[in-house]
Write a protein that binds this ligand. Structure first.
Ligand code: NI
Ligand code: MN
Length: 225
């Protein structure tokens, strides 16, 4: 799978030509100003919860790509009412297509829309394709629920929040990587704004010291996994 980091928690994952976009927050991210939302196409848009820094560009990209939005019932219905294609899930449920499946798993966080209305409960996704499996944790604290993931999935890579304050920090993310039994972690949800600034060298060194890899991609950078 080919992974492109689009800033904050937004990643684009190309699985044999099927393009998944997760948590698009680009036009509101000063650090991602070189990325033009108008250029982005996806087949599916996965949204972990209703917070603005995860859904901001979902409607525009969904409409310009004819993409299907996959999210919890409340978030999917919100975009369905705006005329987007959508598939609603709830925790424990799996969306299955010809090319991949996406299971909606627990996250410990909150979820509301930018206007304050209820956006269901937050989650993450475990995406399984023929030869690759990844976990995108969304916004979450460290939680024992993560230990359930390796009972069902053998992860190749995981996107974990590492910025602290609103989510777990990189120290908890290191523990999370042992809970999920995954040695290759791509950090998300850090450095976008003041509350979540981290020392990247310290974070990488901590993972190195535990024989794990913390990959911190530049915005727009691509990696093949
Ligand atoms: Ni959030
Ligand atoms: Mn967030």
């Amino acid at each position: 799978m080919r992974i492109k980091f689009l800033g904050h928690s937004c990643v684009q994952v190309d699985i044999n030509g099927t393009v998944l976009l997760i948590d698009p927050f680009i036009s509101g991210n000063e650090l991602a100003k070189d990325i033009d939302v108008a250029d982005i196409r996806a087949d599916y848009i996965l949204l972990t919860h209703g917070h603005q820094d995860h859904i901001l560009d979902a409607e525009v990209i969904a409409k310009q790509s004819d993409a299907v939005i996959i999210a919890n019932y409340e978030v999917a219905s919100y975009f369905g009412a705006k005329g987007c294609k959508m598939h609603p899930l709830n925790h424990g449920g799996t969306y299955t297509s010809d090319s991949f499946s996406a299971k909606y798993v627990n996250a410990v966080h909150t979820s509301s829309f930018p206007d304050g209305t209820y956006a269901g409960q937050p989650g993450g996704f475990v995406v399984q394709a023929q030869n690759e499996v990844f976990y995108h944790a969304g916004d979450t604290a460290l939680t024992y629920d993560m230990k359930l993931i390796p009972k069902e999935f053998d992860l190749d890579v995981a996107f974990l929040p590492i910025g602290g304050n609103f989510t777990m920090d990189y120290k908890d993310a290191l523990l999370a990587s042992s809970f999920i039994k995954c040695k290759k972690i791509i950090g998300i949800h850090y450095d976008t704004f003041g509350y979540i600034k981290i020392d990247q060298q310290k974070a990488r060194a901590l993972f190195d010291g535990d024989n794990r890899e913390l990959i911190l991609l530049k915005i727009g950078e691509e990696v093949e996994i």
